[in-house]
Design a protein around this ligand. Sequence first.
Ligand code: PEP
Ligand code: MN
Length: 349
Amino acid sequence: MKAGAPQAEVDRLSDEFRSLGLSPEKIVGKHKTVLGLVGDTAEMDALQLQDLSPWIEAVLRVEKPYKRVSREYRHGESSEVVVSTPDGPVTFSHHHPIVVVAGPCSVENEDMIVETARRVKAAGAKFLRGGAFKPRTSPYAFQGHGESALALLDAAKQATGLGVITEVMDAADIDMIAEVADVLQVGARNMHNFSLLKKIGAQDKPVLLKRGMSATIDEWLMAAEYIVAAGNPNVILCERGVRTFDNTYARNTLDLAVLPVLRSLTHLPVMIDPSHGTGKSEYVPAMAAAAIAGGTDSLMIEVHPNPSKALSDGPQSLTPDRFDTLMAELAIIGNAVKRWDVKPAPIPA
Ligand code: PEP
Ligand code: MN
């Protein structure tokens, strides 16, 4: 719709589209309102639709297999995923400061999760990550402490005011996890779990969707489309490295090219996870810096108070001291791209 289109006209048009058998979805952007027409539009003529109102600026057909997550669907405007946290709302978007998420791979005990939360908060992170339910390749590896770890995440949240991000492996656990988590993570191994995607799309908490280990960008965006089509528009895409022919030195191949590619294809915010992306703590800083320079909206960094004793992903975890230094290093690039909003804070008591 043209800027300034009267609400009554938008409503009248919506009714008209409904009478044509379409479901109009109203997207109110900063400057414009977009009506997304979902349904069988194959036989419809764009010019005829345009004639329905002088307030229609343009009628565009989204040719991609994913519709709602496509950049065209919002006429080029980036979406904002606003997450409530105890410290207030945090926005993931291309037009906002970079959001840093940090914490251990797994929640191991109360002391370590609360201590890590305090340290990453003081360094400028806005979210604590930590797995309660862990998707492990081996059934004999540590599977996470499950429900009891959720209480520990909650304790860390109360102690620091940080938001909490944790993974949902099984749709049966969504409600229980959503009581503590501010963002629900779908892990790489579940990106293709369509029944989980539908169920996570049918609840209100924002979703962090990791890219499957061998998923193409189109497959990843279709997975996001499942969540949005089920009713939840608040999806953040997380690149965490893909499998390639060479894992001699790095665990995965971190595909930073997704930054410009996704920016052109989708309006959804993007996060880069250099910890799983490289598998080695010494490689994390360079890739985090590159991600900021490349336009990421968010970073996920694994931090553990004692990486050599970690129950999972120790080799890729930074110590809290190394994380402090990293945040100071990243500030230089973050400020250069005008997306750094980290104020030095004392370690919460
Ligand atoms: C994790 O975030 O700890 C995790 C298991 O990630 P991924 O699904 O990317 O392997
Ligand atoms: Mn991990």
